[in-house]
Design a protein around this ligand. Structure first.
Ligand SMILES: [Zn+2]
Length: 94
């Protein structure tokens, strides 16, 4: 067995000795590390529901602060209008 700490979330990753790398799903107490924001560029599959989500407006203009209401930013400070939040998977080499 080999063990290594995830550089992103700090969780200990345990793998069989022959494993050279893993894709680790960040799963710490820290919600900021567990998730990441990505720009909505087109249709994507929602991991939680497994369903396909169509993105109609891929116009990325106006990335600055908007007037979309109070709760328009993700917890990482990106606009919900242009970004979606997904689970972060960290590539870790042993
Ligand atoms: Zn991690």
């Amino acid at each position: 067995m080999v063990m290594k700490e995830c550089p992103r979330c700090g969780e200990t990753i345990v793998a069989p000795a022959y494993v050279k790398d893993v894709v680790h799903k960040c799963n710490s107490d820290d919600e900021f590390s567990n998730y990441e924001d990505v720009v909505k560029t087109g249709t994507y599959v929602d991991e939680e529901t497994g369903s396909s989500v169509e993105v109609h407006n891929t116009n990325l203009q106006g990335l600055g602060p908007g007037e979309d209401g109070e709760n328009y930013l993700t917890s990482r400070g990106n606009r919900k209008a242009t970004h979606r939040t997904r689970r972060h998977y960290e590539y870790v080499e042993f």
